[in-house]
Design a protein around this ligand. Sequence first.
Ligand SMILES: NC(=O)C1=CN([C@@H]2O[C@H](COP(=O)(O)OP(=O)(O)OC[C@H]3O[C@@H](n4cnc5c(N)ncnc54)[C@H](O)[C@@H]3O)[C@@H](O)[C@H]2O)C=CC1
Ligand SMILES: O=C(O)[C@@H]1CCC=N1
Length: 256
Amino acid sequence: MKVGIVGLGHMGSALVKGMVKQDELNDLQVIALSSNAKKADELGISGMSDKATFAGQDFDILMLTVPAKVTVSVLQGLVEAGLSKKTVVLSAAAGVASDDLAAVASGNTVFTFIPNIPVAVNAGTIALAQSAQASDEEKQSVHALLAALGDVVEVKPDQIGIAGVVGGCSPAFIDVLMDAMEDAAVSKGMDRTVAFDIIASVVRGTASLAQQSDLSFSDLKGQITSPGGTTIKGVLALEENGFRHAVHQAILSANK
Ligand SMILES: NC(=O)C1=CN([C@@H]2O[C@H](COP(=O)(O)OP(=O)(O)OC[C@H]3O[C@@H](n4cnc5c(N)ncnc54)[C@H](O)[C@@H]3O)[C@@H](O)[C@H]2O)C=CC1
Ligand SMILES: O=C(O)[C@@H]1CCC=N1
């Protein structure tokens, strides 16, 4: 599979890291359109700085990981530079509708997807908008590529926005939570590196348990809150300080 990528920033680099380390994708060739040859080299892929040469590569899949506001014009430029109509376009741009992309690449099948940064370690969550125009073969090759990077969750096109927030933005919200927990532990005299190890392990273990059990998040919480114990005091402190409301506002604000 030949994959082109435009935008080697945080998201693009994370996708490349996940792709190059995944053994299942060992016949994969990734080429970036980038004026920064060193960056592509560091990531273990080829880089090309000339747009026409890049566009002429007959990619199976083209990933767009440039800032959302330039994504349509970047795609338009590649189409004008000779992008093959057989290339399936995958746009990661949050808030950019696939219709707007399809309007400048009418001959190509276009998918919108929202990955998240954990794709760098093949533990991503990837929301993929269903595409009515895609053939079964195109759906399969997109799915095979993304499934190597993490869990793929197909959503209706009108749900990609909220799926992108809950999946794409929320690692940052969880980072804020973990950072705050670490500060509190440090205030009680714990070494920051010890607190980091405990908290990262707790988040991983809590998520694994939730995925492997049939219980709701609320029921899982119920297993930890011993009657009259310490955890329920902490849970009530979260509620009294508006934690749940703050989380709702974070999700809803990011979805605007
Ligand atoms: N960072 C994240 O966790 C996620 C980001 N995304 C999407 O990925 C895209 C990129 O986001 P980030 O990586 O966070 O941003 P970033 O700012 O880290 O990276 C953007 C990259 O695009 C390049 N670029 C800018 N304009 C360009 C142009 N006209 N032509 C070619 N390259 C250009 C920049 O040099 C940079 O390398 C956005 O559309 C965003 O919505 C989606 C899901 C998660
Ligand atoms: O902050 C952003 O706009 C991107 C989209 C999802 C995560 N990061």
